[in-house]
Design a protein around this ligand. Sequence first.
Ligand code: ATP
Ligand code: MG
Length: 567
Amino acid sequence: MSDPKPAAAPAARDFIRQRIADDVTAGRNGGRVVTRFPPEPNGYLHIGHAKSVCLNFGVAEEFAGGVCFMRFDDTNPSKESMEYVQAILEDVRWLGFDWGEHLTHASDYFQRLYDYAESLIRRGKAYVDSLTPEQIREHRGTLTEPGRESPYRGRSAEESLDLFRRMRAGEFAEGEHVLRARIDMASPNVNMRDPVMYRILRKAHQMTGDAWCIYPMYDYAHCVSDALEGITHSLCTLEFEDHRPLYDWFLDNLDVPCHPQQIEFSRLNLSHTVMSKRILNALVTEGHVEGWDDPRMPTISGLRRRGYTPQSIRDFCARIGVSKSDNNVELAMLESVLREHLDRDAPRALAVLDPVRLVIESYPEDGGEEFEAPNHPARPELGTRRVAFSRELWIERSDFMPEPPRKFFRLAPGREVRLRFAYYVTCTGFSIDPDTGEITEIRCRHDPDSRGGGTPDGRKVKGTLHWVSARHAIEARVRLYETLFTVPDPGSARHEGPLSARLNPESLKVLEGCRLEASLAGAEAGRALQFERQGYFCLDGRLSRPGAPVFNRAVALRDSWAKRQGG
Ligand code: ATP
Ligand code: MG
């Protein structure tokens, strides 16, 4: 075992790291730090899970010799699947974490969990109950009323053992019997009122197939799995605080190799979305979104498709921190972090989302040239690319007004603007479709002495427009996203009616016929670029077809959140 040096313990960023550092310093657990990330494979991971991933794997990375288990809490085959297992592994790996050889499943321990359960029965600490599930619920009592003991609570160890073995052998139907811990039906903590440890479930399991027809409950399987793996710190969210006495009870009453410490922290809530796998699953199955990886979803796979980088998500998790107080975060903050990362790292490109034709009458009809454009204005190491220019360009429809108001600094009759990287042009006229009133063409002349975007006489223009050469442009579909829900707290009980009533009908806007600079034909799926003056966009690997690219807007350029923070 590596020798952990207390002096090398990292400066604690939060109360959990502080506690672990104290344990290491005091030489507890032999100075080892072992954590685990224990998702149930009943859905895709979301940004809340990312917080837990970053905490558990992060702690293991930061402490000398630290280990983090990637463990599936797969005790309920009726809701779990291999698709979810694969997706979870992909997401954790994409976030940049490595479980090495420590990939496990609660189902790996089914036999040992069963053996431990028998030992509890033998010690009189567990019994088989034959009440119906509904009766068990009735007997449980409430927060203010104690529970009532089941008439089967007095069953002898021999009888319970016999029934438990026959449960396992498949002699009974679902719901006929359960195994319960014998603790205290009068406990003020409802979790301690003889919790169910095993139920009969006639379902094949994605890992163990038909080997089992009884499955352990989470509260029992989790603490024992932790102990079997030598977890030192079992980090979970606050709703498990009331389960901690049960976690400890099982471990105190079993001959397990060690007794991990459960520590709770608050779960992340993000505005304008929901963080429950059950609800996210409903959004998918009811067709409100295109799948778990829909770029509007708060899932890791959705964020990846949207253009988020692993670094931006890890950075976000570091900034929100870990504590016990409410962790309600504005979606705008997540977007702000992404924007900051992409501003620094994303290559630039020219793209016209709502194109109108601009004809440079003074430019030779069959002429053309290329301009050297930096891929990033502040990072020369990212290189340059060549952007084709010709007589006919596409510019943004909103960059021209026939009768502009005073503060409009873009193109208008008689006005001069700079075309990014290219020339100064002055508007000489425009055409309108008489039927629709739509502007069909804008005309201008260029100043050949302004090549590259500057003029010898130093005259200034206020506006700089992006453009693409009509002859060279590629055509694309672009998807703009808004929040999935219209209200900041869609899951809150203060709302009436179904959650779907709060879905934002404008959350997806699809633009057809956008024109992009030719270099974007080689864009890489999921890798965001800045479309100058517009925002950050990335190629959608799922929807794009050869010659028919589809781009997602990751985030717009304007950052109202950072402004409000005074940044
Ligand atoms: P859901 O309610 O979405 O089903 P869950 O907690 O049941 O979430 P698990 O698969 O059990 O989902 O979660 C795995 C780990 O991720 C747990 O340790 C859990 O505490 C943590 N986790 C889940 N949601 C959040 C969140 N919003 N913030 C922080 N950690 C979370
Ligand atoms: Mg859970």
